[in-house]
Design a binder for this molecule. Structure first.
Ligand SMILES: Cc1ncc(COP(=O)(O)O)c(C=O)c1O
Length: 393
């Protein structure tokens, strides 16, 4: 079976030797070893928090000193997944509404469902969120008296999972302005939750600033991760949160776990401080660029001309759109035939919120080149192409 489904990272380039050396350094002296093997604090290792905050500040090229990138607001979590969960727990009540991209990161839909939230999808354009539609949706919610139930807009802004789309900085600014405008009618803050899980996996195109760099960062919650860029198995991510939310998230995290694994936080702090993290990033950027190019070349070679996709500039995914009449959903013949040909993909339909205001498309596929080998990518796409040709005849 060739899996083009899982969001796994490239196993062959995981930083095994680097992690071994760094752990040896940590455990060589009793002093550093003991501090890494003891409980830490719930908010996270102070050095890792500082280095992460500085890294974000530098990535945004920001010259501000107004505290928006303060380590005091930075919470280390068990993957960014935990941060997403903590934010839902801190902010939302059953029946609340979360605005999200259409399509979005399907695991987030699980978090929303488990909190009893209703999702409202905002379409994506090639340059990110359709801000005009966001305004129309907010206005419709206001007219129906539903705005008090809206707590946040969740957006995966860099090389999005599942579409690979990056949202421009200008769109983030406009989205924040809109949320602010509708706050009065909502009666409470409406936050922009920026999930930047794939920000550091960029191999083409210019860097894009985060929503934290917008005029007013008081409504921005930024979720980042060390998983995808370094080691998914370390399960470390982070959030930069407005102060009131930070306190609530720390309280909830304390109830979960007293803090993320201290030893692994020391490992990550050393990887960042020593430059090994950045060296690793440069290496994987080259690998993913090659894998993405292999996948899109195979798509060109094996898929009918009526099938659409974008060449990714980062991240792990290619989003394939078949003609609308083709059903490639979980229960479709297309999916079953792909499985029978030993290829697994993520049916695009599971990336759409249960939003009654539109039909859920079934003609899309999320393909991942993260962990597949180059030969696996070529063979998998060739097999999928054969299935697609049969359905498109
Ligand atoms: C968009 C997005 N956000 C968050 C996560 C969570 O990753 P982690 O918990 O490893 O940081 C993922 C994982 O695939 C993802 O795709």
């Amino acid at each position: 079976m060739i899996s083009l489904a899982a969001g796994f990272t490239d196993s062959a380039s995981l930083p095994v030797a680097e992690a071994r050396e760094l752990l040896q350094e940590i455990l060589r002296s009793p002093k550093t070893g003991r501090s890494a093997l003891q409980y830490g604090t719930t908010a996270g290792d102070p050095l890792l928090r500082r280095l992460t905050a500085e890294r974000l500040h530098a990535a945004d090229g920001a010259s501000t000193s107004d505290g928006r990138y303060s380590p005091e607001r930075l919470l280390i979590t068990n993957g960014s997944q935990q941060l997403l969960y903590l934010v839902a727990e801190a902010l939302c009540d059953p029946g609340d509404i979360v605005l999200l991209e259409d399509p979005t990161y399907f695991v987030y839909l699980g978090i929303a469902q488990s909190h009893g939230l209703r999702g409202r999808g905002i379409p994506l354009r090639d340059d990110g969120l359709d801000v005009a539609q966001l305004e129309r949706t907010l206005e419709a919610l206001r007219r129906r008296g539903d705005l008090p139930r809206v707590k946040l807009l969740y957006v995966v802004t860099y090389h999005q999972n599942p579409t690979g789309i990056t949202t421009t900085f200008e769109k983030k600014v406009r989205a924040l302005e809109l949320l602010r405008r509708y706050e009065k009618a909502a009666g409470h803050p409406i936050y922009l939750l920026e999930d930047a899980a794939y920000r550091e996996l960029r191999f083409a195109g210019p860097p894009v600033r985060s929503a934290l760099a917008a005029g007013d960062p008081a409504r921005v919650i930024y979720a980042g991760t060390f998983s995808k860029p370094f080691a998914t198995g370390a399960r470390l991510g982070f959030g930069l949160l407005p102060p009131a939310l930070f306190a609530a998230a720390v309280r909830i995290k304390g109830n979960h776990d007293f803090g993320s694994a201290n030893l692994l936080q020391h490992l990550l702090a050393r990887a960042l401080a020593s430059g090994r993290y950045d060296e690793h990033l440069a290496l994987i950027a080259r690998r993913y660029a090659r894998k993405a190019a292999t996948m899109t070349a195979a798509l060109r070679a094996h898929f009918p001309a009526s099938v659409r996709w974008h060449a990714p500039a980062g991240g792990l995914y290619v989003w394939v759109q078949l003609p609308q009449r083709i059903n490639a959903g979980l229960k479709s013949k297309f999916f079953t035939e792909a499985l029978a040909n030993d290829v697994l993909y993520v049916p695009g339909e599971i990336c759409y919120a249960d939003d009654p205001s539109r039909r859920r498309p079934r003609n899309e596929l999320r393909l991942s080149y993260g962990d597949a080998s180059l030969a696996g990518i070529r063979a998998g796409i060739a097999a999928l192409g054969r299935v697609a040709r049969r359905h498109l005849l």
